[in-house]
Design a protein around this ligand. Structure first.
Ligand SMILES: [Zn+2]
Ligand SMILES: [Zn+2]
Length: 257
């Protein structure tokens, strides 16, 4: 069963894609379960702040779901950034719109968009061991404490913007953080996402790395959600050849609604 539950359409500030074109691409690639998960952002420093038009999108979604129901199952999801100060707004949106599921992702650390934050903390460091990634994990813990969602997006997203290619060192250094976070995810029935977009970026690896997946499995994690985090034509399902091997290796079940 091919399931791609993380995709961005023109309802995200950083994608221009028409929803129907996405459905057609997904069908051409034999996707059976496909979700739209556009960005929900409230931080004023985010270009996507207040960009999301849920009502308009839901109307378009309903038409597509009906039109293509024989070939593909479509879901109406969301990818929300989380910061404590916007918690009420996030909750309100979660209850206003009829989402099939909610992905929550870390896109900000200490109110700074992660791409800038990573550049800032790594700028003058030559050795990965000298970089303090701890604020990232503190923010991740806040997301898990919030807990009002189904899927945790791209858990080791710092890899995307890092100048260091491999993050095995980071995993080892922050192993205790990962232990706690993964245990809590499982306890709260939050599903870990395998996001293949990392394979399209310089880290050349899915989120999360295999070490993290191994830990998740060891703590009793059985289910993962799978997504390509597509933003452009051709992105849907990219990296699924790698994903297939991972699913086989760990014998994970795929998140179903
Ligand atoms: Zn994201
Ligand atoms: Zn995304």
């Amino acid at each position: 069963m091919i399931s791609d539950l993380h995709n961005h359409s023109r309802y995200s500030y950083d994608s221009k894609r028409n929803m129907e074109d996405m459905v057609k691409e997904a069908i051409s690639k034999n996707v059976k379960y496909f979700a739209f998960t556009d960005h929900l952002d409230f931080n004023k420093n985010d270009p996507g702040c207040n960009f999301y038009k849920g009502e308009e999108q839901f109307e378009e979604f309903k038409i597509l779901k009906k039109k293509y129901f024989k070939t593909i199952t479509l879901f109406y999801g969301i990818e929300s950034s989380y910061e404590k100060e916007y918690e009420e707004k996030i909750k309100k949106s979660f209850h206003t719109f009829n989402f099939d599921f909610r992905i929550v992702s870390l896109h900000f650390v200490n109110s700074i968009v992660i791409s800038n934050w990573i550049k800032m903390i790594e700028e003058d460091k030559e050795n990965i061991f000298d970089v303090d990634y701890m604020p990232y994990f503190k923010q991740l813990r806040k997301i898990i404490d919030f807990g009002d969602f189904e899927i945790l997006g791209h858990i080791d997203y710092y890899k995307k913007y890092s100048k260091f290619k491999t993050h095995i060192e980071t995993f080892k250094k922050y192993e205790n953080e990962y232990k706690d976070i993964l245990k809590n995810i499982i306890k709260k029935n939050i599903i870990l996402e395998i996001n293949t977009s990392g394979l399209r970026h310089s880290c050349e690896e899915q989120f999360p790395s295999e070490g993290i997946l191994e830990m998740y499995k060891d703590f009793g994690g059985k289910i993962v959600s799978t997504g390509s985090d597509s933003h452009k034509e051709g992105d849907i399902l990219t990296g699924y050849n790698v994903l297939k091997k991972i699913l086989k290796r760990f014998n994970f079940e795929i998140f179903k609604l």
